[in-house]
Design a protein around this ligand. Structure first.
Ligand code: 26W
Length: 810
């Protein structure tokens, strides 16, 4: 398509004319971005069509990743990278006096996710396409993504994320592929030809309109599809009669109530909220996705015998679990299959990943509301439950307690995780420890019942976005040192260990880190007018704000350090810059208060001349994928300090590691596997183990007051929450004091404090020896190949989905 630079230039200028009716010298940056985006999308489209044709022809199994969240970030840069035309494009634009980086910045982040779970889905799509695997995404095209965070007076304020304001060059609307989704109404049964049939009446109809986004593989012609559904009033149901009678308001109300379904991403990331609109969202995209998959399947197949050999559906947590009863419904009510056959197909098609053991995050819907929103789906779940309970009874006759515990419907609730386990053929955790906890604790009964269903798939991240794209100078250094094979085979990064003692490589590594720290410092200087010392330790905690992730533990270390410095301003410490970023769920009081606390501390510490700039604290507003791409390359220290057992895996930990930061963390989630890879000498581990934590939960034996009373540092810090040390116009920080002491410190912040401070001190000593530090850094990069999502996806493909790569020819 782009034969040479000149044809590319011409095509670009032509796009400016045809898309925006403008010329090179008049075009705004946004116009240049959309023109380029359109041009690149055209280029992708040819490969996209070819990929679809070959999938259709090949008759092999295709997989669909159903997820309520896809946290994609920007696509221009990663598409150019994967297409292999990033450098060429940069050069051509330079000749036109256009800075590609600046153009890339014009794109809005697709922030259709809260955090780890949504970003994982995005990394997985990248790996599926890059491994030439037939795997697509299915989700919701939210009009508003995760809220934009503003910090006002130190507090988080949420603003709508209007990411579609300037359009979206990557998506293609497919109105002719729209399907109908039905809510409410009642079910009438009839006997027809001796069979009971179920007729859905008086329902509200919603039109699901797909928007397709191409997912480009790395230098391989594969272009898979992310299909996101948008809710629109169905013309059939749009009440034109009342409209014509003049009941304009009624018609408009109907329109809004329908559009509400795909209006906004729910911003809570761990607390189950009983919001019926969320259940509507879940059924909406699952039903639409399944209908379109089945329509496509039927183009090639006359019956459903081989459905599960041709189609895989993976559900990302329980959010899409209604895929199970919805597939049953379609197979029985629309395709005429019997229960047993439909059940065999469903339970060989659907696989499920669990992402959290936090009980407050487990979804359960009240039966009454569920039944009236989804009457037929409820009937099917009820039947699944009865059959499952019978089976359980056959095995554990008399053990009512156990069966009650395992039931899908119990105590007035539909329990989504139980439905997911019973209705899928594979259940996986996302790191070794997490899977172990699922098997031995959280899902113990189910593991005993279906041991063969449970397996582990440790999470991963795409090294293309998180290293190649985010940190080009490090990527070049790696290639110069060990050759380019690691790009296709990230395990080859291990070759770097040979250079972990090579002074010249370590010096280059150091220089690159310093450059990246300088870039981040400039950004911080421009935005916040805070001057950072790039020689200081950049100690970074970026992730959602959550009590179990223990931003407070980090804060208490800072306060302790500050208290020591106030006592002795000449204290010999390595200067540090503490960087935070992350959003709190809008209704999560303690999380929001933690943000305020960090900002309050920042303003005290950053303005205290007596400590001679030895420490600085920065809270970066609106942490998102694009900001993350700037932060990881500039970090020295990666904070992964969740209460052991609580962080299912973590994936930020992997992004830091891959960019040469050293982890300080607990034995939790994938930190354990990171430790196994790099060895104890290349990581700083602190705190209680998960067994210790679980034992405290089970048997008691921990009293937060004991620590308050015995550790003078802890007492001082907690007292500073209530004694006026912090400017606290609303007396709010007392709530942190109360929260920790009167709730008995449910996440063991105080308990792990001493160990954390000791470990930080050890880390500081290591940092003072530049050579040793960069040796650790090199070792971390070298061992990060294991955490490429290519490896993870390969394991899913072989171990769960049984899908094979297809080579797409040009
Ligand atoms: C019902 C509300 C709700 C929404 C989202 C509950 C729970 C969630 C997710 C499970 C939160 C999440 O993002 N979990 C994270 O998933 C990552 C990918 O597997 C893991 O790396 C993180 O440890 C886990 O917290």
């Amino acid at each position: 398509m782009f034969k040479n630079k000149e044809t590319f230039k011409e095509a670009f200028i032509e796009k400016l004319a045809t898309v925006h009716g403008t010329t090179l010298d008049l075009a705004t940056d946004m116009e240049k971005y959309t023109a380029l985006g359109n041009l690149i999308r055209d280029y992708i489209t040819q490969k996209w069509i070819e990929t679809n044709n070959q999938y259709m022809k090949n008759n092999q199994k295709e997989m669909y990743y159903f997820s309520l969240e896809f946290l994609l970030g920007k696509l221009l840069g990663s598409n150019l990278l994967n297409l292999g035309i990033a450098d060429a494009c940069k050069e051509v634009l330079q000749e036109l006096d256009i800075d590609l980086d600046m153009i890339e910045n014009m794109e809005s982040d697709a922030g259709l996710g809260n955090g780890g779970l949504g970003r994982l889905a995005a990394c997985f799509l990248d790996s599926l396409a890059s491994l030439q695997l037939p795997g697509h995404g299915c989700g919701i095209r939210y009009k508003y993504g995760l809220f934009e965070q503003k910090i006002v007076d130190g507090y988080q304020v949420e603003l709508p994320d209007n990411w579609l304001k300037f359009g979206n060059v990557w998506e293609i609307r497919k109105p002719d592929k729209a399907v109908e989704v039905k809510f409410g109404g009642n079910i009438r049964t009839e006997i027809s030809d001796g069979d009971m049939v179920f007729i859905h009446e008086n329902y509200d109809s919603v039109l699901a309109v797909p928007y397709d986004t191409p997912i480009v593989g790395y230098e391989n012609n594969t272009v898979n599809t992310l299909r996101l559904w948008s809710a629109e009033p169905s013309t059939k149901d749009f009440d034109f009669s009342s409209f014509s009678r003049g009941d304009y308001m009624k018609a408009v109300e109907y329109k809004y109530s329908v559009e509400a379904i795909s209006q906004v991403l729910y911003p809570d990331d761990s607390n189950f909220e009983n919001k019926i609109l969320r259940l509507k969202q879940q059924y909406f995209f699952v039903s639409a996705g399944l209908q379109s998959i089945i329509r496509r399947y039927k183009k090639k197949h006359k019956n459903f015998f081989s459905f599960a050999d041709r189609i895989g559906i993976h559900i990302n947590d329980t959010h899409p679990v209604l895929a199970i009863p919805e597939l049953m419904r379609i197979l029985m009510d629309e395709e005429g299959l019997g229960w047993d056959e439909a059940w065999r197909i469903t339970t060989s098609t659907i696989s499920y990943t669990n992402h959290t053991i936090m009980s407050e995050a487990l979804e359960k819907w009240p039966v009454d509301a569920f039944k009236s929103l989804l009457p037929r789906i409820f009937m099917i779940i009820n039947e699944i439950n009865e059959r499952f309970c019978k089976e359980a009874w056959n095995r554990y006759a008399g053990d009512w307690d156990r069966i009650h515990h395992m039931a899908i419907i119990a105590d007035g609730y539909v329990k989504m995780a139980h439905l997911a386990i019973v209705g899928s053929y594979s259940i996986n955790g996302v790191a070794k420890l997490h899977t172990k906890i699922l098997r031995k604790e959280v899902m113990k009964d189910f593991y005993e019942f279906f041991p063969y269903k449970f397996n582990n798939k440790t999470n991963g991240i795409t090294h293309r976005r998180w290293l190649l794209k985010a940190n080009p100078s490090l990527a070049s250094l790696i290639t110069d040192t060990i050759g380019p094979s690691w790009v296709q085979h990230p395990h080859d990064l291990i070759k770097l260990t040979r250079y972990a003692d090579d002074a010249s490589v370590l010096e280059k590594l150091y220089k690159i880190k310093m450059e990246n720290k300088q870039l981040l410092s400039s950004l911080i200087k421009n935005k916040y007018d805070i001057t950072l010392d790039t020689a200081s330790i950049f100690d970074v905690q970026v992730k959602r704000i959550h009590a179990y992730k223990r931003q407070l533990l980090n804060v208490f270390h800072i306060m302790d350090l500050y208290n020591r410095l106030r006592e002795n301003p000449d204290l010999d410490i390595a200067p540090r810059t503490f960087i935070f970023g992350g959003k709190a769920a809008p209704g999560y009081y303690i999380a929001k208060l933690s943000i305020k606390l960090i900002n309050t501390l920042a303003s005290i510490i950053n303005n205290d001349k007596t400590i001679k700039d030895k420490i600085k604290v920065v809270f970066l507003e609106n942490y998102n994928v694009s900001l993350a791409e700037k932060i990881f390359p500039a970090s020295d220290v990666s904070e992964q300090i969740s209460t052991a057992s609580k962080e299912a895996s973590g994936t930020g930990n992997m992004k830091f590691m891959m960019n040469g930061a050293i982890t300080i963390g607990t034995m939790d989630g994938a930190n354990i596997e990171i430790t196994e890879e790099v060895g104890n000498e290349n990581i700083f581990i602190l705190g209680l183990t998960s067994d210790e934590v679980l034992n405290f939960y089970r048997y008691g034996g921990y009293n937060a007051w004991d620590i308050y009373n015995s550790d003078a540092r802890v007492k001082m810090i907690l007292n500073q929450m209530i004694n006026g040390f912090l400017p606290d116009e609303k007396e709010q920080f007392r709530n942190i004091f109360n929260y920790l002491l009167y709730n008995n410190d449910e996440y063991f912040v105080l308990k792990d404090f001493a160990s954390y401070v000791d470990t930080q001190n050890r880390l500081e000593q290591k940092f003072k020896n530049k050579n040793k530090w960069y040796k650790m850094s090199a070792n971390n990069i070298a061992h990060s190949g294991k955490f490429s999502s290519d490896g993870t996806i390969h394991e899913y493909a072989v171990g769960i989905w049984k899908i094979d790569p297809t080579h797409i020819s040009e």
